[in-house]
Design a binder for this molecule. Structure first.
Ligand SMILES: Cc1ncc(COP(=O)(O)O)c(C=O)c1O
Length: 375
């Protein structure tokens, strides 16, 4: 059905009937395949969305079904439905339910933390560049952010970060693996760092991309929370689970820290988001398929970069950071003109570019555009 026809059809049958038809159609298709197909991806067409590190294959068919079934409870407030999800996450992570804070995407968790530790001019130490949500929120609370440049390997410079801790430091931000570089701090190094600093400030560890880490030795920093350390870990359903548009994530922290953070939550997540997360956590096929497709796209761009003799950083995420030697603002525009949207500038690395993995047809479009733009 073309977009125009679909619109005309919706006008004719009305949204209510359309939604129930779509719902029943999903039910039928779910039996045939529980894994989302590339056709399920939204935002297809131009420009190819390779800029926000989303998973275009989600939501899976089972999750779509859970979302439509949740309509029946959308007349109710979500706090009545959140407990089973909290318990489910607590069981999976091996913590107690008072250590889990469900948030609107992990961004809400990052902002809540930025607010709590940034107020009263609390200082924050963070790598640079990294994901900004917590830092810009803390900054708006009057916090001073010590931005510590990444080292020569584009990893966190943990030694330099420790050296920037002052008596006013309230929080140390770690992004593992880091956005925009895709570089990961290994388990022991992060453990040693955390144990050396967590008596001076809370260590926040953003694990938005941990699902993509393939090293079997690597473990979530939740193990540090379980040992009672001064640590907050954030996770999201936006990446491998393909639920960025639903806005759901969570924090794991010591009960006293979790309780404090909860006091600053603005709203609860929605009923469909809760139900979607519950189903998503139990789905192994879609999860594995998303990882497989991500690896396929990553290997494709690695090969491209080798052919074009471009430096890139092997990535533990669903994006790859590579050096073009061109100003990224200019490159952004040139790639857009070729129908591809890549990541924004990440100063001071302004001659690097971040490309998200996506559908193979979009990756091919990216390759074609990059070849043309770089001549
Ligand atoms: C490192 C990192 N943390 C957190 C997020 C926020 O994700 P969400 O709010 O969708 O959970 C992102 C989004 O790209 C990210 O890259």
């Amino acid at each position: 059905m073309s977009t125009l026809n679909r619109r005309q059809w919706l006008h004719r049958v009305g949204w209510g009937s359309a939604l129930s038809l779509i719902g029943s159609n999903i039910g039928l298709r779910a039996n045939a395949s529980m894994i989302a197909t590339p056709q399920a991806a939204s935002l297809t067409g131009s420009p190819a969305p390779l800029c926000f590190n989303e998973n275009p294959f989600g939501p899976s068919q089972q999750v779509r079904q859970a979302i439509t079934s949740a309509y029946d409870d959308c007349c109710r407030y979500p706090f009545q439905f959140i407990k089973p999800l909290v318990q489910m996450i607590a069981d999976r992570e091996g913590v107690t339910s008072d250590q889990v804070v469900i948030t609107g995407g992990s961004t809400e968790g990052l902002k809540m933390t930025g607010l709590v530790y940034g107020m009263e001019r609390g200082e924050v130490v963070a790598p640079d560049p990294t994901f900004q949500a917590l830092l810009s929120y803390a900054e708006s609370m009057g916090s001073y952010i010590h931005r510590v440049q990444l080292d020569a390997d584009l990893n966190h410079d943990l030694e330099a970060m420790e050296a920037r801790i002052t008596g006013a430091t309230r929080l140390i931000f770690v992004c593992n693996p880091n956005n925009p570089t895709g570089v990961m701090i290994d388990r022991k190094t992060l453990r040693d760092f955390t144990l050396a600093v967590d008596n001076r400030a809370v260590v926040f560890i953003d694990e938005a991309y941990i699902d993509y880490v393939t090293d079997p030795q690597h473990k979530s920093a939740v193990e540090l929370v379980k040992e009672g350390h001064n640590v907050i870990v954030s996770r999201t359903f936006s990446k491998v689970y393909g639920l960025a548009g639903l806005r759901i994530g969570y924090l794991i922290a010591r009960p006293d820290i979790a309780k404090r953070l909860l006091q600053y939550q603005m709203v609860s997540v929605s009923v469909p988001a809760i139900r979607a997360a519950q189903v998503a956590l139990n789905e192994t096929d879609f999860y594995a398929d998303s990882l497989r497709r991500n690896l396929e796209a990553k290997n494709y761009v690695y090969k491209l970069f080798k052919t074009l003799d471009l430096q890139y950083v092997p990535s533990h995420t669903n994006f790859v950071f590579f050096k073009t030697g061109r100003d990224i603002s200019e490159l952004n525009q040139q790639m857009l003109a070729e129908g591809v949207r890549v990541g924004r500038p990440f100063p001071p690395l302004t001659d690097w570019c971040r490309v998200s993995t996506g559908r193979m047809e979009d990756m091919k479009l990216f390759a074609k555009a990059l070849r043309k733009v770089l001549g």
